[in-house]
Design a protein around this ligand. Structure first.
Ligand code: SF4
Length: 82
């Protein structure tokens, strides 16, 4: 099985709302794992209209995720850019 988008990783969470993730089916995979020199306005805008944003952020913190989650960028569960 190929993981296509970030939302495909989310069902391992204990939340039952991941099917409502705004990033579900998003084709811009790289946007969710920006280089340090890259902004992440695209991902931030998608997260801004996501109904499960608080859950997503909490999940990233609890489980040590990297990339853009809940509109913020994380490195192994630590927020590095707001
Ligand atoms: S907050 Fe952002 S990364 Fe998290 S599920 Fe929603 S759109 Fe995806």
């Amino acid at each position: 099985m190929t993981v296509e988008v970030l939302a495909d990783l989310l069902p391992i969470s204990d939340s039952h709302g991941w099917h409502r993730a705004a990033c579900r089916g998003d084709p811009n995979h790289e946007a969710w794992f920006p280089y340090p020199s890259q902004d992440f306005e695209y991902a931030r805008a998608v997260c801004g209209r996501c109904p499960i944003r608080p859950d997503c952020r909490g999940f990233a913190e609890r489980t040590g995720q990297s990339g853009v989650w809940g509109g913020h960028e994380f490195d192994r569960g630590k927020m590095i850019r707001e």
